[in-house]
Design a protein around this ligand. Structure first.
Ligand code: PMP
Length: 431
């Protein structure tokens, strides 16, 4: 049962999620970590095993050919969903993390093959080259770069955040000036922060990447689930996301990248499916996307991901974002009323700053893990920790926060329950 109206979207969709039938008293506020799955996604996964079950690409029999057809045509479904034209190719991976590693490690092996499309890439990575990221990145957009920076003597430059989690445009202007004569080879940032929910303006970063002839990469892990993406407009050279945060199965991730980039990168993993021809002395690689998809993939996962996209499309991404914004405003007001410190943009900032349904907060004097544990006793699931964003924690001078993240199936009563439970925590700790 699907609707395009946002007035109480949760009421309309909740019964689509079997989690709530099995856990009727649970308030799930951890969709930033992973979303719940609607029945049709689960059914699509089961259908693959029950009806097709065969491996793809290899079989000359019906079950294999039918499975291959669904698997392959899902690439267009994905492209339509994120507004990507034929310049882009879809690579199936396990998650966003794998996509970022693929990019870092294959770029690290590149010499001058990218020179035609990216003027910073006349040579491969050289000592002193710059990778520009931001302080608000998830570790998956930090650690792979650090791994290759160590090897090649690269400098990673971080655009700092303002205290409310926005990227500092003044600091970015200063950084650009300092990097005037430096070779910047990669500019990479997340579109939506998993800690603040801020939907960052990517345009200044793309402009800078283009000026420098760098590869422009966007981590879309928290973006695809919350709002409509127009990848043609974003014009990223590479854009990565995970299926499990957008109602799809775990173990499914997608890298959308421009053919002009992928054609000139070496493969990431070697093995079956990614080859055209193997001899004792050499291998000819398959064409993209297969060159980057070694081995048997998560076929059932792709079936599930397709069902998730079709479900989200029917609801409408704008309706989801609008609903999250309603929840967000309500939650921020309520937390403010009981003296809880919310990190990130303030209520008044929301007139200016676009933000998805994520609330990071701390109760002064109470460790987030204690809060999370006590909330669990009240059947309220939130996350407590650094959220794989330790640089952001350091910028805020804290080691951890609590995080409540909303999605289409949450409603105002979930927030009331959160607030009541926090009130109980404060009472126990006499705060
Ligand atoms: N980037 C962001 C912004 C994220 O929120 C996450 C997941 N928390 C990731 C990357 C990594 O996603 P995955 O664990 O699915 O690889």
């Amino acid at each position: 049962m699907i609707t395009t109206e946002i007035d109480n979207l949760a009421k309309k969709v909740k019964s689509d999620f079997p989690f709530f039938t099995n856990n009727p008293d649970t308030i799930y506020l951890d969709s930033g970590a992973t979303s719940l799955k609607p029945q049709i996604v689960i059914d699509a996964i089961v259908k693959y095993y029950e009806v097709y079950s065969a491996n793809i690409h290899r079989g000359v029999y019906k079950a294999s050919m039918d499975a291959t057809e669904i698997y392959e045509s899902t690439r267009s479904v994905i492209k339509n969903f994120v507004g990507a034209d034929d310049d882009y190719e879809v690579i199936y991976l396990r998650n966003t993390t794998e996509a970022m590693n693929l990019l870092a490690f294959t770029l690290n092996k590149t010499k001058n093959q990218l020179a035609k499309n990216y003027q910073a890439w006349q040579n491969g990575f050289e000592k002193g080259d710059v990778i520009l990221i931001t302080e608000s990145e998830h570790h998956s957009n930090i650690v792979p770069w650090q791994m290759i920076a160590d090897e090649k003597g690269l400098e990673i430059v971080f655009v700092p955040i303002l205290q409310n989690g926005e990227l500092s445009q003044n600091a970015f202007a200063e950084i650009k000036e300092k990097l005037k004569n430096r070779c910047v080879k990669v500019v990479s940032l997340s579109q939506v922060s998993n800690v603040t929910g801020i939907i960052h303006n990517l345009e200044p970063f793309r402009t800078f990447a283009r000026e420098k002839g760098a590869v422009f990469i966007v981590d879309g892990a928290q973006a695809v689930c919350h709002h409509k993406i127009n990848l043609n407009e974003i014009d990223a050279d590479a854009f990565a996301f995970s299926g499990h945060k957008m109602l799809g199965p775990t173990g499914t991730g997608v890298l959308l990248a421009k053919k002009g980039l992928l054609d000139n990168l070496p493969p990431f993993l070697g093995g079956g499916d990614m080859i055209l021809d193997v001899t004792k002395t050499a291998t000819t690689y398959n064409k993209i996307p297969h060159k980057f998809e070694a081995g048997t993939p998560d076929i059932a996962g792709v079936f599930g991901l397709r069902a998730a996209i079709e479900y989200l499309d029917r609801i409408g991404m704008d309706n989801i974002l609008n609903w999250e914004k309603e929840l967000l405003k309500y939650g921020m007001k309520k937390l403010d009323e009981i003296g809880v410190h919310v990190f990130g943009p303030s209520l008044s900032d929301l007139d200016r700053v676009e933000k998805a349904g994520v609330l990071s907060f701390n109760i002064p004097g109470i460790h987030p893990h204690d809060v999370g544990t006590i909330l669990d006793e009240h059947n309220v699931c939130i996350r407590a920790g650094h959220h794989c964003c330790q640089l952001l924690m350091q910028a805020w001078n804290t080691s951890a926060t609590n995080r409540a993240s909303f999605y289409l199936y949450n409603d105002f009563s979930d927030i009331d329950k959160l607030v009541d439970s926090i009130g109980y925590v404060k009472k126990i700790f006499k705060k």
